[in-house]
Each structure stands twice: as C-alpha cells, then as structure tokens.
Design a protein around this ligand. Structure first.
Ligand code: PLP
Length: 400
C-alpha cells in the first residue's frame, strides 16, 4: 500500500477545496447550491491581456524561458514596484513563478529549517500553515481580535517572537478577514520586527488593488525602509486582473534570498508558463482602469453582503477594508438547534447547516485559524449574492 512521506503529516488537500467539492456534489445531485467558498474573481481576464498572450504564441514564445522570469517581465515588475509602491528593486532582486503561491512556497523551502517558527496572525490563508509544515517549520498562530480589526498588535507580535522565529507573515488586505493595515497601523508592528534581527518579514500583497473607500495601500518595505533587507514582498496577477488560471505571481527582496528561491523553483517547475509571462507583462504595463472599475464592483457587493449579514439574527459582521471576503461572527447562533434537529456547537456546524438545509456553501473560521466565524467570498454575481444572503437570513431566523 502507498505510504505518504512523513513530511506530509496530517496535511490533506485544503479544507476549503474539500468543502467546495461537497457543495459541488450536492449541486450535481440537483440541489440549488450557491458556492461562496472560493477566492476567485468571477470576472474574465481583460481582452488586451488575452491578446498579448495570443501574440506571444504567434511569435513562437512557447519555449522554456529564463528560470524565474523573462527580462521583459522582470522589467514590468520592477516598474510596478516603483510606480505603485515606491520600492526600488534591481532585476536580480525580483523573481516570478507559477502564482504567488509558488513564490511563498519557494521562500519557505529556501529558508526554513526544521523547528524554525513562522508567525501567522490569525485568521490566515490556510496554505500558509500547511506550507510551513511541509518545509519542516512550526506555524505559530497569533489570534487577532475583531476588536482590533483582526490586526495583530505590536504587543502580541513581541510576545510571539522567540530566538527560533524566522518569518512573520503580514497579509493586507487579508484573506479571510478583509482587514487591511494603513501605514500608521503597520509601523508599530514593523518596529517590533526591526528590533529582532533574526526575524524576516513576508508581505503578501496579493489583494493590493482590492481596497475600498479610497484607502491608500501600504506595503511594509515602503513603510519601514530599514526592513527592506529582510522583507520579501509577494504579489501576483491572479486577483487584480482576474488571472487565477494563468498561474503567475512574483516577489521581490534581498538577492541572496531570491537566488535561493530560484534554486527551489528550478528543481520543481523551472520557469512559469512563457505565455502567462507575456500576458502578465500586458497586465502590469497596460491600462489599469479595469482594476479600479472592478474594485468598485467588489465594494458594492461588500456593502450588500455586510448589510444582509448584520440584519440576520445571531450574526455580526464588521466592514472589511479590502479583499473580497467577509468574516462574520456566528457566536450568536451557537447553542441553537436547527429545524432539522441539529445542535449548532461550532462555526463548522453552522456552515454545515447553511449548506445542507439552505444550500449556501461558506467556509468556517475554524479552518482559517479563528472561531467562531465564517468566511463568505463575495467574488460572485450580485444575483447569486442576493439570493445567498436571503437564504442566510432565513436560516438564521429559523433558529430563533
Ligand atoms: N495569498 C493569498 C492570501 C491568497 O488568498 C491567494 C489565493 O487564494 C494567494 C496568495 C495565491 O494566489 P496565486 O497563487 O493565484 O497568485
């Protein structure tokens, strides 16, 4: 029989993938399920990006490229960091891979030794913890309170740091909480990192362009330039340009780290898709108005979902600053029994109730590091969101 390697431990395919599969299974059986589980824009990739990919193919750009990004792509990324973030990077401080996910994985595999600790403010994107485990590290989960806007406090960070701490992850705007840090909110947190020279900072900026109410985006290496030499800034085209399937992400940081990450990538996937690289150049250097328009569309949907959740008995939802998720408390429905006779003990029970009795698939906070909450991805059509919200309201009303 097959025996998995020890390093996989208890890690399975992500719980979110499993829940989505269960929802899709119900759908195939003819149930009218609305799936608000996955973090994927429902928009299409803009036409000028598709065209750039077609032109690249027609030019014969269908071969292996330089390991971690073509010269054109690295120049486009360099310009992006300068123009959007005020960050200067040399080309050998920039790397591109098959999604921000591969960049994160490369970074951890290139830097984490067994027993090294990685601080994850919770709630967090589940892949962080699993990747740390695969790399042999120890995820150190710091629960962030709703009262502090799901942001880590400097005091919390200070007390989580040990001599074994290798990385602190900051993901703003956040999947799953939607929380974002302003520059003022970031600075005291970064100053804690600055005081501990063994600690590096991983800034996951993938939701940079999905930030609401006119807020200004702040990235750690720009807020505290003294940290630049131990910060890896990660970004990608998946969320901003609706390009999840193209698999193209990038990162920038100290060249020794970037070189070590290229070693990992060279033995895993070599270069990212040549066609996706050409498409990403068009995304980063082309017109950006579509990004702003879509951000406004997401903001309208956020308002719709937050209002509906707060009008549901037992639920409470703070207004997220960015990304396309709400992270609402379901504490008020715990202890209640559903009309079908199910006692709701945990957020997972509540999500199971929503799926089985009301046909809405969402993700319990417990699998994202903080209970009792649940995540809705509102990167879905307005019609689906309205119907899903009506169902959630009915589901909650039926509990009281
Ligand atoms: N980081 C966060 C916080 C995410 O939510 C995601 C995708 O869900 C990623 C990184 C990975 O994005 P990609 O690999 O598509 O660039």
């Amino acid at each position: 029989a097959f025996r998995a390697a020890d390093r996989l431990g208890a890690i399975g395919v992500s719980e979110i993938v499993r829940l989505t599969q269960e929802a899709n299974q119900l759908k195939r059986q003819g149930q009218p399920v609305i799936v608000l589980g996955l973090g994927e824009p429902d928009f299409d990739t803009p036409a000028h990006i598709l065209e750039a990919a077609q032109q690249a193919m027609a030019r014969g750009e269908t071969h292996y490229t330089v390991l971690d990004g073509t010269a054109e792509l690295k120049a486009a990324i360099q310009h992006k960091f300068k123009h959007d973030n005020g960050l200067d990077f040399a080309l050998n401080e920039i790397t591109a891979g098959a999604g921000a996910k591969q960049i994160l994985y490369n970074a951890l595999m290139a830097s984490v030794n067994p027993g090294d600790e990685v601080i994850l403010p919770a709630p967090y994107w589940t892949s962080y913890a699993d990747m740390v485990l695969i790399a042999g590290g120890v995820p150190v989960v710091v629960p962030c309170t709703e009262a502090n806007g799901f942001r880590i406090t400097p005091e919390q960070l200070e007390s989580a740091i040990t001599p074994r701490t290798r990385w602190v992850f900051i993901n703003s705007p956040s999947n799953p909480s939607g929380a974002a840090y302003s520059a003022e909110q970031l600075r005291p947190v970064l100053e804690v990192v600055e005081r501990h020279p063994q600690v590096w900072l991983l800034a996951d900026d993938i939701y940079e362009h999905i930030l609401y109410d006119g807020r200004a985006f702040a990235t750690p290496a720009a807020v505290l330039p003294s940290l630049r030499d131990r910060t890896l800034t990660v970004n990608g085209v998946s969320k901003a340009y609706a390009m999840t399937g193209w698999r193209l992400g990038y990162g920038a940081g100290p060249k020794a780290l970037i070189a070590a990450m290229a070693v990992v990538q060279s033995q895993a996937t070599s270069c990212p898709s040549s066609i996706s690289q050409a498409a990403a150049v068009a995304a980063l250097t082309g017109p950006q108005d579509v990004v702003r328009e879509r951000c406004q569309a997401f903001q309208d949907r956020r308002d719709l979902v937050v209002a509906a959740l707060n009008a549901s008995p037992g639920l409470r939802c703070r207004v997220p600053e960015g990304a396309f998720y709400t992270f609402a408390s379901c504490e008020g429905v715990l202890g209640r029994t559903t009309p079908g006779g199910m006692l709701l003990r945990t957020d997972a029970d509540f999500c199971a109730y929503l799926l089985r009795e009301h046909h809405v698939a969402v993700v319990p906070g417990g699998v994202l590091g903080l209970a009792p909450y649940f995540r809705i991805s509102y990167a879905a059509s307005t019609a689906d969101l309205q119907e899903a919200c009506a169902r959630i309201q009915r589901a909650c009303q039926a509990l009281f």
